[in-house]
Design a protein around this ligand. Structure first.
Ligand code: ATR
Length: 288
């Protein structure tokens, strides 16, 4: 760990999020609130770990009796390669965002996909299985997790869009070859193609970074949105992105990435501690 004396002063620190950089992670507030609510006397901390130093960090955590950690950018692949066993979810993405240290072994999991699935089910009352989906930014890290989850759940049609369309070919191939997805289409982010695809789906998910900044353009033309659409934006800050504002205006059903953040966190919590956390406490921990 970056500063062992820091941990020595925090004997209850047994969970953490590691990344580089890590200052802005919201995971500590979220998980600490759930731990406190459940009466579990442990502390969840942030640890900055340089690339290439993940093994060292894991060994130190094991020595200190850590229960586990979350793993964020850029360590998700490096962490997976250091695990003794990984779940199918982690295998599917060749990435882990959750590690559990138990009986001298390292177990890796990826809760991003299952977290999204749970968020869609709760926010829209439908499972991904029942929905035809258009994923904007499917070539990015989050988009790939979302696309893979759609394929694993058997979404009946999957449209993958990305500014850099070349990134989509290997992803589409994996959805088809590894998960048996039948109707997978790839498209660039041009207005006409997006409009045609949008007309053929029930759910539109934005996983591009467009919407993080106030003056960002929409990731899809406003005219492509219909009142029957469910529109999910993986961004949660701002809570209402320009895309969600447009979708709300025409009466579509909308939700933002806060639910995905909460549910992936809740699944990690259960993976470590064998019990479900309070989602309400986690939401309050985030100040939402
Ligand atoms: P994350 O891991 O959070 O998904 P990422 O991997 O950097 O972040 O992905 C960002 C996504 O937003 C990508 O799909 C990116 O498209 P490219 O693959 O072409 O880079 C998309 N994106 C970023 N800026 C964009 C823009 N101005 N217009 C359209 N798409 C954009």
């Amino acid at each position: 760990l970056r500063d062992p004396s820091f941990v020595a002063e925090m004997p209850k620190a047994k969970l953490a999020v590691i990344g580089y950089p890590i200052k802005h992670s919201a995971s500590p507030q979220m998980h600490q609130a759930a731990l406190d609510e459940a009466g579990i006397d442990l502390q969840y901390i942030r640890v900055e770990v340089e690339p290439g130093k993940v093994n060292e960090c894991f060994s130190e955590m094991e020595r200190l009796g850590f229960v586990g950690c979350n793993v964020t950018v850029p360590h998700k692949l490096e962490a997976m390669e250091l695990c003794d066993e990984v779940t199918d979810d982690a295998q599917a993405l060749a990435a882990t965002n959750t590690i559990h240290f138990k009986d001298g072994k390292r177990y890796g999991h990826n809760t991003d996909g299952p977290g999204l699935a749970q968020a869609i089910l709760e926010d829209f009352g439908k499972s991904l299985t029942e929905l035809r989906v258009l994923i904007l930014g499917a070539g990015g890290g989050a988009g790939r997790a979302i696309a893979t989850q759609c394929a694993r759940e058997g979404s009946s049609r999957i449209y993958l869009s990305n500014r850099t369309v070349e990134k989509l070919e290997p992803i589409a191939k994996s959805l088809t070859d590894d998960y048996g997805a039948k109707l997978v289409y790839t498209l660039s982010n041009d207005d006409e193609a997006l409009t045609i695809a949008a007309d053929r789906v029930d759910l539109i998910i934005n996983s591009t970074s467009l919407g993080l900044k106030e003056d960002d353009p929409l990731p899809i033309p406003a005219s492509a949105l219909k009142s029957t659409h469910r529109v999910y934006d993986a961004i949660y800050n701002p809570a209402v992105t320009p895309l969600l504002a447009e979708a709300n205006k025409i009466g579509a059903t909308t939700s933002n990435g806060l639910s995905m953040l909460l549910h992936q966190g809740a699944i990690s919590f259960a993976f470590w501690l064998g019990q479900k956390p309070s989602i309400d406490a986690m939401r309050k921990g985030l100040g939402k």
